[in-house]
Design a protein around this ligand. Structure first.
Ligand SMILES: Nc1ncnc2c1ncn2[C@@H]1O[C@H](COP(=O)(O)OP(=O)(O)OP(=O)(O)O)[C@@H](O)[C@H]1O
Ligand SMILES: [Mg+2]
Length: 371
């Protein structure tokens, strides 16, 4: 069953939490809703669940319009950050609870609950009370309880945020395994880019109620559709530089706040007096001065795991680069950074939209020696 949202909108008194979202979630897909706090992720999930009714737009489950259908008639399972387990009931009875509400015969309910307990690998813990379980185990119970009714759609709202870093990693792999084993369509809310990128078939990136980009994880990272998408994804974050066209030289721009110039051959840029470019720290490398994109003073060095992160400042403009830790650098050194031509992201300064969509092979940049 595909799920289709058409111009979905939710207005609270003075906040439009969800603005004209149109998308299709394909049968069996795991889609992440990603975005900063307050961008409308949970509201979108509540609209899918039927616990909220939208103020505009439509929701379709397959061919059926469910926009105003009540939650209990939609066939959904939900998992929340707080596991919301019943503390006085055993694990097994927690999982059986939705079936009891549906008046499923006890023997059958018990059997189905045990199957779910096996699926989420807590079948050895079914007699315990929730308080006797770890956070990860409690979340497994919550997932089993959400799935026991054979829902058509599984909704998860930041299910891992109460877990420590290692357990989060383990549980996100588990959620993916369970989702694929059951073959269920799932929508997973998170504000953690790594979580979204690692487990989803597709990521819907939101900001201030609006869908910013809707694409496969790697595509979103490689081809961010606007400045927001470029800035939200990537760690350490992307560097932005503002550029202003040099009247005298075609294709040549000055990097604002510096005395450095760069020249691009990309014909799509011709129309732009100003540009914003994005340079990912992992795509910058230390270069000879005549190959440099930007040259400046090293003002900060730190080692994070396998990488060395440096901050190079030119004029007022700092640029972060992840560089080979074997290269010997000190704060105060002068350092030149280069970038592969096709790794530069170009944005329209006025609209913040990506210029020229993806990159074709004939788009080259010519990195002129700086003045
Ligand atoms: N019941 C409500 N009444 C009024 N405003 C609300 C209500 N629920 C959410 N909002 C507002 O709508 C916006 C989106 O909220 P939402 O909870 O969907 O964000 P979120 O992306 O889930 O954020 P977080 O990551 O913090 O959970 C926020 O500005 C929030 O204050
Ligand atoms: Mg939320």
């Amino acid at each position: 069953m595909d799920i289709h949202l058409e111009q979905l909108t939710m207005q609270f008194d003075d906040v439009t939490a969800v603005k004209h979202i149109t998308t299709t979630i394909k049968n069996g897909e795991l889609v992440s809703l990603l975005g900063p706090s307050g961008c409308g992720k949970s509201t979108t999930l509540m609209l899918l669940s039927g616990l909220y009714k939208p103020t505009g737009g439509e929701i379709y489950f397959g061919d059926k319009r469910v926009t105003h259908l009540d939650a209990e008639k939609r066939g959904i399972g939900m998992v929340f950050q707080s596991y919301a387990l019943y503390p006085h009931l055993s694990v097994l009875k927690n999982i059986m609870f939705p079936l009891k509400m549906q008046r499923v015969a006890k023997a059958e309910a018990k059997q189905r609950a045990m199957e779910m307990a096996k699926l989420v690998q807590i079948d050895h813990l079914t007699d315990r009370k929730p308080a006797q379980l770890s956070g990860g185990q409690q979340q497994r119970v919550a997932i089993a309880r959400a799935l026991v009714k054979n829902p058509k759609l599984l909704l998860l709202d930041e299910p891992l945020s109460n877990l420590d870093a290692r357990l989060r990693l383990e549980m996100r792999e588990e959620i993916r395994r369970i989702q694929q084993e059951v073959g269920i369509t799932a929508v997973f809310v998170t504000h953690d880019q790594e979580e979204a990128l690692s487990i989803s078939d597709r990521v819907m990136l939101m900001n201030q109620g609006e869908l910013q980009q809707d694409s496969a994880p790697q595509e979103m990272y490689r081809t961010p559709s606007n400045v927001f998408a470029a800035s939200f994804l990537g760690n350490p974050p992307i560097n932005f530089l503002n550029l202003t066209k040099e009247e005298s030289k075609a294709g040549t721009y000055t990097i604002d706040g510096t005395n450095q110039q760069v020249t691009f051959m990309n014909p799509a840029l011709k129309a732009y007096e100003t540009l914003k470019i994005g340079l990912r720290p992992e795509h910058l490398e230390i270069a000879a001065e005549n190959e440099a994109f930007i040259t400046g003073e090293v003002i900060h060095i730190e080692t994070i795991g396998r990488d060395t992160l440096i901050r190079v400042q030119q004029g007022d403009i700092p640029v972060r680069a992840l560089v080979d830790p074997k290269i010997h650098l000190q704060v105060g050194d002068t350092c030149s950074l280069a970038i592969e031509e096709n790794q530069i992201h170009f944005f329209d300064t006025n609209t913040s939209e990506r210029i020229g969509g993806g990159f074709s092979h004939d788009v080259r940049t010519n990195l002129e020696e700086h003045v």
